[in-house]
Design a protein around this ligand. Structure first.
Ligand SMILES: Cc1cc2nc3c(=O)[nH]c(=O)nc-3n(C[C@H](O)[C@H](O)[C@H](O)COP(=O)(O)O)c2cc1C
Length: 217
């Protein structure tokens, strides 16, 4: 895998209608399954929502949002108090990148809100699950799986975004995707062909390596 692939991947927040074929999805998930995991336990399962199932999830998510149902992810969300000053600065800079692409409204831009509410108009969403009460090492494994999935997708010209917005109502996902009771939903990754929306023009930066690296000798 070339270095270019790493830099080519970026989050896509608006997809066109073109289908991602089942055979390509199989290929990408096969690549992802080569991610490392604790004792090679491969503690993941993938449910891909497409067509009618995905349409129903989108409709039910919109309904849940309209009724102000509180979001209720299976795994814990990061808390502001546990963030480093550097992370807080990075988050602020992300906000600036968004405004640069979308204007002063940033993520409040109606187009952004509508795309998110429609699960980025994606034609396919891969939901990664683990056994309930997964250890932090298992969540780490699933993170590796997810990144490998996204890099593989990039190599096929498929855009992706891993998103909290995709997993806010796990009960709806479990019902529609027939996810067994002993599994928890870790993350959703939307997949598809990017459209030409400005939502796909957000260019993020990274902090200097000096800020994240100490080589001790
Ligand atoms: C666990 C996770 C959850 C995320 N949730 C959202 C989300 O709900 N909405 C969104 O627009 N982006 C979401 N993102 C995408 C990040 O904003 C994005 O990865 C980051 O800004 C870096 O940009 P890049 O992916 O284009 O390199 C999420 C990313 C991760 C890893």
């Amino acid at each position: 895998m070339g270095k270019n692939l790493i830099y080519k991947r970026r989050s896509i927040r608006s997809f066109d209608d073109e289908e991602v074929s089942d055979s390509l999805i199989e290929e990408i998930i096969k690549d992802a399954s080569h991610a490392p995991s604790w004792q090679n336990a491969q503690p993941w399962h993938v449910y891909v929502a497409k067509d009618g199932v995905l349409d129903r999830i989108k409709a039910e998510y919109k309904n849940a949002k309209k009724n102000n149902l509180p979001s209720n992810t299976d795994i814990t969300t990061p808390h502001r108090d546990n963030r480093s000053d550097l992370s807080m600065k990075n988050i602020e800079e992300w906000g600036d990148s968004v405004k640069e692409a979308l204007g002063d409204q940033g993520t409040d831009l109606p187009e952004f809100q509508e795309a998110r509410a429609d699960l980025f108009h994606a034609p396919a969403v891969a939901y990664l699950t683990a056994k309930k009460n997964a250890s932090e090492f298992t969540i780490y494994d699933i993170g590796s799986f997810g990144q490998t999935l996204m890099l593989s997708a990039t190599s096929w010209g498929i855009g992706t975004i891993p998103a909290y917005a995709l997993v806010t109502y796990p009960d709806i996902l479990k019902k529609e995707l027939l996810i067994p009771d002993d599994e928890e939903v870790v993350i959703g990754i939307a997949m598809g062909y990017p459209d030409d929306s400005k939502l796909n023009c957000i260019k993020t930066t990274r902090t200097d390596v000096d800020n994240i690296l100490d080589i001790r000798k």
